[in-house]
Ligand binder design. Structure first.
Ligand SMILES: [Zn+2]
Length: 111
């Protein structure tokens, strides 16, 4: 299942959306917060040299990210992971796998 990070241009909230099939990605999804279809997908193909643990610890989910943040493919899924950590939710290894695939850009090959 593809997972993408979105930024809502209407309310400024970020969200990670999971899609059941790739065709759904092309339809414009609704913001989970304000229900408007103003989501911008954050594509990421940028490399920084920082480990994920460092990222997670410095990552502040309450601060809106700008677009450059999501150009780093390693930031894909980070928001969801951090939020899950904060809420004490275990997303499981399947989520990690999905994120890893999304980051490597290989997710389309599986569909
Ligand atoms: Zn919104």
């Amino acid at each position: 299942m593809p997972i993408y990070e979105y930024y809502c241009k209407a309310c400024g909230k970020q969200q990670s959306l999971l899609f059941m099939k790739i065709a759904d990605v092309e339809t414009s999804p609704k913001c989970q917060h304000c229900k408007r279809r103003r989501l911008a997908r954050m594509l990421s193909r940028f490399a920084y040299h920082q480990g994920e643990d460092a990222r997670l610890s410095t990552f502040d989910t309450s601060t809106p990210r700008d677009e450059s943040f999501y150009r780093d493919s390693r930031n894909v899924g980070l928001w969801a992971k951090k939020r899950a950590k904060e809420m004490g939710v275990d997303l499981g290894s399947q989520f990690d796998e999905t994120v890893d695939k999304a980051r490597s850009g290989k997710i389309l090959d599986d569909i």
